[in-house]
Design a binder for this molecule. Structure first.
Ligand SMILES: [Fe+2]
Ligand SMILES: [Fe+2]
Length: 243
């Protein structure tokens, strides 16, 4: 089976003052990658106007684009409208669901969504006590279950999880440990490990580290723009190494 080249980035945080800048950096992407995954925090304050800038920057690329939202994209309660604007321009937006992208006879399955926090095994919040605490943890647990089911139902040659929040601590190294519970949850890793995936891509941790691995052995990559320091990075899905 031919090698798939996955371009990935997160936390592009676009606004009207940088219109056109990001698009320029995507020129020639089709020579380097087969698909572009964008892991949330597309905007700064989650306004529809910012969502339109994102749609323009990613519109009609020569390769398919799959995206999820991040916490910033929820800030103005316009997340649904932003998803609509992006979908109207041909971008696939995953909201706790999956898609299959046919790439020259190879089926790439992508599952995921924004994700949420809660922390990591041994140092995590639990569904106990006040209703607010229970609701916080339940939200992540329900998301993880939807992702597990989405992965399970995927009929594809390769599977990738696309998230905003992190599934592991490895890729948070560099962030203050006090905020880890707001940067991700081990439940997301459990969902991926239960059904299997070739790669888990996330963002959100701007001061984190690029590379990690889930307890089940899935490669995790934090592709937040300040971490990768490029418009995108490319990972190969055949073999163990990165492209
Ligand atoms: Fe961000
Ligand atoms: Fe974020």
């Amino acid at each position: 089976m031919r090698e798939l080249r996955i371009a990935a980035v997160a936390d592009i945080h676009l606004g009207e003052d940088v219109r056109g800048h990001y698009r320029k950096k995507l020129e020639g992407i089709e020579q380097r990658a087969d698909v572009l995954l964008v892991g949330g925090d597309l905007t700064r304050h989650g306004t529809v106007q910012e969502g339109r800038v994102v749609a323009e920057e990613l519109r009609d690329l020569p390769i398919p684009v799959v995206a999820v939202l991040g916490n910033h994209d929820y800030h103005s309660d316009a997340n649904k409208e932003i998803i609509e604007v992006l979908r109207d321009t041909g971008i696939t937006v995953l909201d706790d669901e999956s898609t299959v992208v046919p790439l020259d006879g190879v089926r790439l399955g992508v599952a995921g969504g924004k994700g949420f926090g809660g922390g990591f095994a041994g140092k995590c919040a639990s569904e106990f006590g006040e209703p607010e605490t229970k609701a916080f943890v339940r939200h992540t647990r329900e998301i993880a279950e939807r992702w597990r089911l989405a992965l399970k139902g995927l009929e594809a040659d390769h599977k990738v999880v696309l998230s905003h929040y992190s599934p592991v601590k490895d890729t948070l190294t560099g962030e203050p440990p006090e905020i880890y519970p707001f940067l991700g949850s081990y439940l997301l890793a459990e969902a991926a490990d239960a059904e299997g995936a070739d790669l888990f891509v996330h963002g959100h941790a701007h001061a984190g580290t690029e590379k990690g691995v889930t307890p089940g052995g899935i490669r995790v990559r934090n592709v937040a723009l300040p971490v990768i320091e490029h418009a995108y990075v490319v990972y190969c899905l055949n073999g163990d190494g990165d492209c």
